[in-house]
Every structure is written in C-alpha cells, then in structure tokens.
Design a binder for this molecule. Structure first.
Ligand code: CA
Length: 240
C-alpha cells in the first residue's frame, strides 16, 4: 500500500481509454474508491509504460488508436499475469475476449456505470489475489509443492509424481499434523484419479515411498499409523 494525498491506496489501476471524458470519469470514481490511477489513450503506449511502471489491474478499451485492445492484451499476456478487464461496445465480441483465447479476466460492456466498473475491479482483484494465494508453495523440510503447477521439488530437484500421488502428498503437506484414514485419502485424490479406480491408496503410498526413497535415501516421508491410516512423518515435519 502506498499513500496518496494522505489516503491509503488499495492499488494502482491503469486505464487505457481514448475517450478522454470517459477516462476521466473512471479515474474520478476509482480514486474515490481508494485506488491510484494512471491513464493512457493509445494502445501502443501500454507495453512501454508497463516496462517502467507497475499496475495491479488494467482497464483496457477494445477500440484504441495505435494498437487495438485485443492485440495489447495478447502482447501483455506474453510476459505478465496482470489482471485485465476489457471495455467493449461490441457485445457480440465480449465472450471471445475472456478466458483462454485472449486471457482477459473479465469484460464490461459499454455503456456502463462507473460504479459497476469499480465493483468489477474489486471483484477481479479479490479473485486474482485468492488464486495467487492458492498457488503459494507448501514447504515441509526438503519438500516443496506448488499446488497449481502440479510440481514437487525435493531439495530443489523436481520429483515426478502421478496425479494421484501428487494429490496425496498435497493432503499430507497441507495438514502435517493430521492422520488421514484411507477413505479420507480416497476423497482427496478423487480429483486426481486418472489412472483408474482399481488401485488402492496403499499402492499409491507404496509408489510414493519408493520415489522418495530414491531421492531421500533413509528418510521416511509418509508414515503409517497403525489401524488408522497415514500421515506425514515426524522426521519431515521436524525438519521444517
Ligand atoms: Ca475507444
């Protein structure tokens, strides 16, 4: 958070809009809502601006001089996950703008009320902050797990796991104190089960242990709790 005129600033919004009047209305509303605002009028100024400034979100008009909003979005996405809300008068185009094809986070159709824009800005920022949080790596001793990248590292070396093994390890690392029953673990890996249902939790655990034995010889990563199930070993947790 930075300070602006004595008020705490929630973040910086870059408004790229060539209708000057509209741009200044948006600026006023966003500033009143507590954001710091930068404005640009040309699409081809955006990339250069982003090289020397930082923003927390961009409101990007579709029809712009220099470079249109679609191309600006595409270019920015090559190197940045900056949240982008497209502003468009072309309702029929709107759906195409969001999602995988272009990578914009949301769109707003013109005409819109500035109040609606502020609400959308808040919603997108909340959502993107949450997803950044959910991808925060889990670290236990020498293990590091990146939840949304399906990546596990042991002492900074990547360890290749199947989706089910990954799901199990994520459960253990997320709650290192907890003893999981086999049926808990079956539920946990449901979303990761691509290998068929014939394999039991025990065989996944066995494979997980075998993979860890190769990279952490002599270290027990998952321990059995007799009559109950499995948990992360004290040996690994104690190393935190
Ligand atoms: Ca325009």
């Amino acid at each position: 958070m930075t300070q602006q005129g004595g008020l705490a600033v929630l973040g910086t919004i870059l408004v790229v809009e060539d209708e000057v009047k509209l741009s200044s209305i948006l600026r006023d509303y966003l500033m009143r809502a507590g954001y710091s605002v930068a404005t640009l009028v040309r699409g081809d100024e955006v990339l250069e601006w982003l090289e020397t400034h930082s923003a927390d979100l961009m409101l990007l008009d579709l029809m712009l001089p220099g470079m249109d909003g679609v191309e600006v979005c595409r270019q920015v996405r090559k190197s940045s996950e900056l949240p982008i809300i497209m502003l468009t008068a072309r309702v029929d185009e709107a759906d195409r703008l969001v999602g995988l094809e272009l990578g914009a986070d949301d769109y707003i159709c013109k005409p819109f009320s500035p109040r609606e824009v502020v609400a959308r800005v808040k919603a997108v920022l909340r959502r993107t902050e949450r997803s950044a949080l959910s991808n925060r790596p889990l670290t236990r001793g020498p293990l590091r797990l990146f939840p949304t990248q399906f990546r596990v590292e042991v002492n900074k070396e990547e360890l290749h796991l199947t989706p089910s093994e990954f799901g199990l390890l994520k459960a253990f690392m997320g709650s290192p104190e907890r003893v999981f029953t086999r049926s808990d673990l079956l539920n946990m890996v449901q979303g990761y089960q691509y290998e068929g249902y014939d394999r039991t939790i025990d065989s996944h655990i066995k494979n997980l242990r075998r993979k860890f034995a190769d990279v952490l010889p002599g270290v027990q990563v998952v321990e059995a709790v007799y009559g109950v199930g499995y948990r992360m070993s004290r040996e690994i947790c104690g190393a935190v």
